[in-house]
Design a protein around this ligand. Sequence first.
Ligand code: MOS
Length: 732
Amino acid sequence: MNNIIGQPLNRVDGRLKVTGEAQYTADIPIEKLTYGVIFQSAIAKGKVLTIDTTQTLAVPGVIDIITYHQTPNLINIPFIPTPTPPEKDDNIHYHGQPLGIVVAETLEQAEYGASLVKITYEEEPPTVTMAQALPEVFEPESIFFGIMPGKITRGDIELGKPQADIFIEQVYSTPMEHHNPLETSASIAIWEGDNLTIYETTQGISGTQKRLAGVLKLPLENVRVISKYLGGGFGCKALLRSHTILAAIASRQVQRPVKVVLTRSQMYTNCGYRSQTHQELTLGATKQGQLTLIKHIGTSLTSIFDDFVEPVGAATTMIYACPNLQVKYRLARINAGTPTFMRAPGEAPGMFALESAMDELAYALNIDPIEIRLRNHADIDPQTGLPWSSKSLKQCYQKGAELFGWSKRHPTPRSMQDGNFLIGWGMASATFPTHSMSATVKVEIFATGEVSVQTGTQDIGTGTYTVMTQVAAEALGLSSQPVQFSLGDSNLPTAPITGNSITVASVSPAVHQAATAAREKLIQMAIADSNSQLYGCQITDISVESGQIFLKPEPSRRDSYTEILQRHGLESLVVTEATSPNPESKQYSKYSFGAVFVEVAVDELLGEVKIRRCVGVYSAGRILNTKTARSQVIGGITWGIGMALMEKTVMDMNSGKIIGANLSDYLIPVHADIPNMEVQFIEEHDPHVNSLGTKSLGELPIVGVAAAIANAVYHATGKRIRDLPITPDKLL
Ligand code: MOS
């Protein structure tokens, strides 16, 4: 059989994307389209007193204006629609809170109309900073919509204290950060009677369909969600957002299609963000570097009206073998929107703290940073006691060290120099859980030789179209060429959200199973057909190649998909298969792992940190496409560099307004900031996670990068920066 899985196949949609033929949500041409522009609160706390729409309605081309009085609750959209959705009122809880939408014939008319909406407020001083919020801190019992506990312990922290020779007790902090996908969020809503079609920038078409149907009180089948291409998402397109509800309601009101495209600035107020975190971390260890206790208390911020915890202790519970552990979360409220998932929610800021602290411990005990991690390597999941489904973290350390040249590192801070630059080498571990969900896939093989594979998954930009095409092609014994993979339509068989790094692990087994079932059906048809050269053969003796079915011991005896179908007078053969997570996999703890190494050059006079080299080695199960996987990894590391050195959302103390809600003031890396990266995968075929042996990859590579950089900066300068981002002022 041909091996397409694993090959560095170019993106099957690459040509469409670079030629501009791929239609992203905002590009879809729609007849009789109107344009919606959302208007928002100009205060962060208080009440709306009056809304005067007279001037807006007088603007030529303005068709209508809808205020929040005519909509469901726009700020606290329930994760799962509940029979009693939260009450809405005139209260303002954050700057930029959506208050309504203006619909016009052109975008410019709608923008102008929205600028003329006159709103009066009763204003109160907002709560903006963590210090202001902290008096009312609370400890949630459960987090993440009730699916994770708010407190995790093992052993007894007190018992770990007398066993320790040394303690690292520090506070690490990370700022508010915003997702900035290249494509801003957009919706186009079209009604036909009571049926709504919505083109949407969503990571989850079926979740959007469910939640939107719930909010609009429509039967599920009346809502169709389409999302063919996404220009990134990173978590900010995971949940139903106000712009989608407003587009749907406005379109129903004006009886025409309505398009809403968020501005870059609205991406900072309408789509969630990563909360600021304050992390109190204590490590206790023996002189030999053996951890005796870990205590990790994460404080993060949420909105006035909803709870979202940044679960910074997620990796802390499982990454090192330590008998005594306590993780807990504290939450306080500010006048901002509700935070949400952002690439590796929890692990990204949490591992900045833990992996910085491990480095501090390594220096304090004069043990090599890799060695101290090996001494605390968890051979089983220390929290659950379960064996790992697969784990190659040691190989990641070893391979990474080798590629990086770690053995040439002089351990003393400030000991490596290059001209005016202080050189530093740092490393950190990475991990992310592997989850999966049920998926259904329809495969249709046509007598023309073409193959259609369909499922309602999404391509967030990472290559779902490509890798699923590879999986189907391999199972069918075809090249990728005849396979047409379709996704992004709630009318297709259901697949889960593209989030939590679950797409490959959930959807590829279903694609493989459906394609394999289709192949076997055709083989059965051939061996039962007296006109086939394979008549009466054993199925186990048969193989497939290039759409040809042949007898392995006698390869000249063959038949083809197209001929079998034609002889049977069939236009096509359809197979639909559903897969669910393997129940046996519950007996294992399932994670991907990695190790990241960086070299920094610090200009001490300017305080500037340049990343010179970066090596990342990952063990993430079977890799379906080494090219798209590498791209995903270099994207994650790049974001990690941004997180370490640049990213920070600033809110104005007095107004609660986000300052610099754009891509020129909110700094993210550009090409000149990013070094050559060497990315390698440790070959793994995890037999427990799913039939293809794949694990999670998407979120993994941002994890650990900020710590590796902070550790390298310490090695270069002797300055330990525990507050991100590591900006020049902190190094001067
Ligand atoms: Mo991811 S933060 O689950 O989109």
